[in-house]
Design a binder for this molecule. Sequence first.
Ligand code: UDX
Length: 452
Amino acid sequence: MDKEMNGRILAVPFPSPGHINPMTQLCKRLVFKGFKATIVLTKFIAKNIKGKSDLVQIETISDGDDEFHIFARQSVPDSVVRFTKHGSESLAQLIEKYESLGDPIVCVIYDSLLPWVVEVPKKLGLISVVFFTQQSAVNFFGYYSYHKLLPNPVVQFPVSIPGLPLLYLQDIPTYGIYQDHHTLVANQFSTVDKADFAFVNTFYELEEEVLEAMSKVCQMMTVGPTIPSFYLDNRIENDKAYGLSLPQDASTWLNWLNSKSAGSVVYASLSSVGYASPNVKQMEELAYGLKGSNYNFLWVVKSFEMEKLPENFIEETSDKGLIVQWCPQLEVLSNKAVGCILSHCGWNSTIEAISLGVPIVAMPMWADQLTNAKFIQDVWKVGVRVKCDENGIAGREEIEACIREVTNGERATEINKSCAKWKTLAKEAVSEGGTSDRNINELVSKLTGSLD
Ligand code: UDX
């Protein structure tokens, strides 16, 4: 560990696992470079999250609805207004508290979905960093081009954006009934020019072309993958635990996985976001697709989704399937028994699988997941995307075929080669002197300079 510099960083993630996890990891990397770090959670999340990190402190702020997840009880616009008001006030108080304890904050890192945060460090003259935790550079630039560069955002297909392949309708983010979330995503760009640094959770080598094209209009610095060094095999001492996670029962899934032979398990997980869930028909097709593939399967099914499973499915498949409501995904992906992931292509799951060299069966549902699926299959060549029928359903035979294709089908050799390549490059990016490490060091230099 570098010398202690006596500076504390405050990090404010959006209150959901896909954002808290990468933010925690970025904080840990800064701790390894000599800083102290505090993760700021909403009171509801802090009560419900399990596990703690010895490296990163936890503090809470109010979002104005401390008994429930703020976005679960009211509309997105109302949640944003409340969170902005209560969050800004309590964040400023928290910074004051540290100051009065003689442990001053030197920098505030905040999630791009919480653009209001930047005003707090700005007012206090602190360095600010916006962190795009949940998006590839490709998606960032796609959204950015749509919202900032096009005078009249009318989309004509195929869409042509510098640094990206042509995108067709099926590759473009869609929000369906969740239009409010699109507003949330669009608002991220208001903050890029205000923050001192803009970080994105990816690595340069993976998205070189788009990053180069983007650099002409806005500067983003890659700092990913934000995965504990333990899983990337470039271990930093003390860096095993993810730090924060949702409740989980390790004994069930770990014993089960360890009893399976190498590459014999399909790990299926479609979203950590409560409301985004496959419909009953899709759940049925997925269930029988997993069963018919003849692989073992470990399937994350959220508690409210259990009723969508076909009758007696759990009993019928107990010899080869295990259904859990949550599991530590990184540990699962790094287990030798896992041969592929069947994923909704959320950005964290995508970059985790790519960095750990696990082939992907892409089953995107909404938002940026569609573009991620395009890149998984056609650009990074680490998986295949399931085809849907005219009702948007991926059938059981299609799912079975895709699982076979990535594990031992015609494209499996090429896919495995690409997986191995990206795994190596991901590890290099975050190792000392790698592209992501150098970008983090730029922040470190700026902070060190501010302390002199
Ligand atoms: C949301 C949006 O839905 C997605 O479009 C966007 O790209 C990111 O934000 P989310 O559903 O949270 O995605 O998925 P993802 O980004 O993949 O993040 C899920 C996180 O939870 C990952 O870090 C994953 O490792 C973790 N996870 C998930 C577990 O640890 N265990 C589980 O059982 C499921």
